[in-house]
Write a protein that binds this ligand. Structure first.
Ligand SMILES: Cc1ncc(COP(=O)(O)O)c(C=O)c1O
Length: 461
């Protein structure tokens, strides 16, 4: 029998971990985050809402976000990434999960927003998000995107390359508007994460290497342009990083580079943006950094490096995405059937798949899952959880122990809050699921489920 344990007392020092509950079923531990728990009906509950009722009301597949946990994660960064000497800012990396509802939450919680396309910018602006707190990123911003960012007066445009410097010089001149910019640097720090989400190898497509000559062309180009105000530098070393050292290394390398720039051309950076990348728990393979402790150490290291190098940096920024929404999301699926193959693998077929969660196919991501309508039953069968797309790679979980599954069961896949909805597609013309936010026993739809007509809306015969 599984029994429900209270939030672990041994985690009491860690705010992040205070939001983990554990279900223990004969040695197999399942982590539940935030408001998730089991209820007296033996169902999963999230935001005070019974998952079975959510599925009945909103249909499946369904993305459900724990709004309370999103807010708590935002507060965790706001409350711990602080300094008496520096202006510390937290910017939500919206690529992890973006709709207008989360923009409203980020605004209420006092975070900025990192946008990487006209679409992300439009969503943020239309939600009423303050433009001056938007950071515009991207390694290949189109002219239209740059024009939009300049005309809208976003807080910072993070310049990636020399072509962008030239485009921005032209746009600011034409529009007679100024652009406040940072330069994205590649500090060459290797983070131990999946190669597809490393962003600071020497051959990365992002930013300009601090080791090449071109970086000074970019900096000088900006300094010489009357339409651009250079505030400082940015880096982002990768995503799903569960190790503190690469972050410290990035700070050191960036601070040393800022010193080199000062000495070589006399430019004194005032802002240092370190990007995001803080990992989360997906499965037993992950031991994420305890962020509430780490933020203090990170700020301490930043202060020390700034002091030691006698830099003029006054503002430091981080851009967490996954760590804010990852654990807060679950996806609910209905089981359409079970297939026992001649080859020995048993499949649970769910009514979604790689169209709503491409991460397993893309990076071999691991997830935990439960049968949400019988959550306390013992796990004694091995399954792969597969979707309904016409791809053998359409797998959500390659190998998981679950109670014997039945047609009609409700599967909950955990930690799908980041890079699931935002990476979803209409492959096989599957309609994208609805996104529901749950809090205090109530659920609200924040993105409607797509209809069949939505799928042909832009088609022309
Ligand atoms: C520039 C930048 N900032 C922040 C992030 C957010 O990363 P994460 O979701 O891992 O925190 C990314 C992710 O790719 C990024 O490219």
């Amino acid at each position: 029998m599984m029994d429900v344990m209270q939030p672990c007392s041994w985690h009491f020092l860690c705010i992040q971990a205070m939001h983990e509950n554990h279900l223990d079923m004969e040695g197999v531990a399942l982590k539940l985050f935030g408001t998730m728990k089991t209820n007296e009906l033996n169902h999963l509950e999230i935001g005070g809402c019974d998952a079975v009722e959510l599925a009945k009301e909103h249909g499946t597949p369904l993305y459900v976000m724990d709004e309370t946990l999103i807010r708590e994660n935002m507060k965790l960064f706001k409350n711990h990434f602080v300094s008496e000497k520096l202006d510390c800012r937290v910017v939500y990396a919206s690529k992890a999960f973006l709709n207008m509802a989360i923009c409203r939450i980020a605004k209420e919680e006092g975070l900025g927003i990192d946008a990487v396309s006209a679409g992300e910018l439009h969503t943020s602006i239309r939600s009423g998000f303050p433009k001056e707190n938007i950071y515009m990123h991207g390694n290949n911003k189109t002219e239209q995107e740059l024009e939009m960012a300049v005309s809208e007066g976003v807080g910072r445009i993070v310049v990636d390359n020399l072509d962008e410097v030239e485009a921005l010089a032209r746009i600011t001149e034409e529009k007679k508007l100024a652009a406040d910019v940072l330069v994205r640097l590649n500090p060459g720090v290797t983070a131990h994460t999946h190669q597809y989400i490393q962003t600071s190898k020497h051959d990365s497509k992002f930013g300009e290497s601090i080791y090449g000559r071109k970086i000074f062309e970019i900096i000088n180009g900006i300094l010489e342009c009357p339409g651009m105000n250079l505030h400082g530098f940015h880096c982002h070393i990768g995503s799903q990083i569960n190790d503190e050292d690469p972050f410290f290394e990035a700070v050191s390398v960036m601070a040393d580079f800022i010193k080199v720039v000062e000495e070589r051309i006399g430019y004194k950076a005032r802002e240092l943006n370190l990007g995001g990348g803080f990992g989360v728990y997906y499965s037993g393979e992950d031991s994420p950094i305890k962020l509430s402790d780490f933020m203090g150490r990170l700020v301490g290291h930043i202060e020390e490096k700034i002091e030691r190098n006698e830099l003029s940096v006054e503002r430091v920024i981080i851009e967490p995405g996954r760590a804010i929404v990852g654990n807060a999301g679950i996806t609910l699926y209905s089981v359409g059937g079970i297939k026992e193959t001649y080859g020995g693998k048993n499949y649970i077929f769910v009514d979604g798949g790689m169209a709503d969660n491409p991460r397993t196919a893309l990076y071999d991501a691991c997830y935990e899952a439960a049968i949400a309508n019988r959550i306390n039953e013992s796990a004694n069968e091995r399954y792969a959880i597969a979707g309904k797309c016409c791809e053998s790679g359409d797998i959500i979980i390659r190998d998981i122990e679950l109670p014997k599954a039945r047609k009609g069961d409700l599967i909950a896949v955990f930690t799908t809050g980041a890079y699931n909805y935002s990476m979803s597609s209409n492959y096989n013309r599957l309609a994208r699921p609805a996104v529901v936010f749950a809090a205090d026993g109530k659920s609200r739809v924040t993105v409607k489920r797509e209809t069949l007509d939505d799928l042909i809306r832009n088609d022309i015969i």
